[in-house]
Design a protein around this ligand. Structure first.
Ligand SMILES: Cc1ncc(C[n+]2csc(CCO)c2C)c(N)n1
Length: 228
């Protein structure tokens, strides 16, 4: 059987994704030692990241060529805005952060660059660009979640256990697999130069994922603090 496009992509990003597992922020979640102030910064930034990210699912649904693709994007949109963002709202409420405060978070340089890149790719291309833009996010979180779930007590940790459980869950594995299935369907019959472009989007978003972990670890916003 011919190699699936997702296998080709995975071979390319695997070394990169393994560096996530070595990242101090991700290790801190898995080992339960992460500084809670870093986690709060991450949660707030991730919340507004997910707002922009959700727009890509909506663009994908609008650009879909068939009902199955449209339904998958709609399910991902629903899952993100309701299930995934509920996790953030629950964490925020335990930290005494209101939903309004969450929503009013000023996006960091990394979040701005990452979401602008994805939105640009999704808006300037066809439905295949939208799926390539969202693939690394949904898939790499499931990759990390499933790995951390095998670490001793990670899924039972009183604070970070819910995070590990959510991203390793069957429900999120299904969402990631739906994205993988979509990219394979969309890749069918496409010439290699077009596949290369899609692969590039997945590689770039994988780099942005690493930058996101760095941003969280360093609690960074913008390089120069504004005085205006
Ligand atoms: C920076 C960043 N990247 C990826 C995800 C994970 N994620 C985003 S959408 C989606 C699919 C279904 O909601 C998943 C798993 C995140 N939260 N933050």
């Amino acid at each position: 059987m011919a190699q699936k496009f997702s296998d080709r992509i995975f071979n390319r990003v695997k070394p990169l994704w393994h560096t996530y597992l070595e990242h101090p922020f991700v290790k801190g979640i898995g080992e339960g030692t992460l500084d809670v102030e870093k986690f709060k910064h991450y949660m707030k930034q991730d919340y507004i990241y997910l707002v922009e990210y959700s727009r890509i699912f909506a663009i994908g649904a609008a650009k879909a060529h068939n009902l199955k693709t449209m339904t998958t994007f709609a399910n991902l949109l629903h899952g993100t805005m309701n299930i995934e963002m509920d996790l953030h709202r629950e964490y925020a409420s335990t930290f005494g952060i209101s939903n309004d405060e969450l929503e009013a978070t000023e996006p960091s340089a990394t979040v701005t660059a990452y979401t602008s890149y994805m939105l640009n790719k999704a808006q300037s291309g066809g439905v295949e660009n939208a799926i390539a833009a969202v693939l690394a996010c949904a898939w790499s979180y499931n990759f990390i979640g499933k790995e951390l779930a095998t670490w001793p007590n990670a899924a039972e940790h009183e604070l970070y256990g819910n995070w590990v459980q959510m991203y390793s869950s069957e429900e999120f594995s299904k969402l990631a697999n739906d994205c993988i299935e979509l990219i394979n369907e969309i890749a069918e019959g496409k010439p290699d130069h077009e596949l290369k472009e899609l692969e590039e989007i997945v590689v770039k978003t994988s780099y942005f994922e690493y930058m996101f972990w760095d941003m969280a670890e360093n609690k960074s916003t913008w390089p120069i603090k504004s005085t205006v």
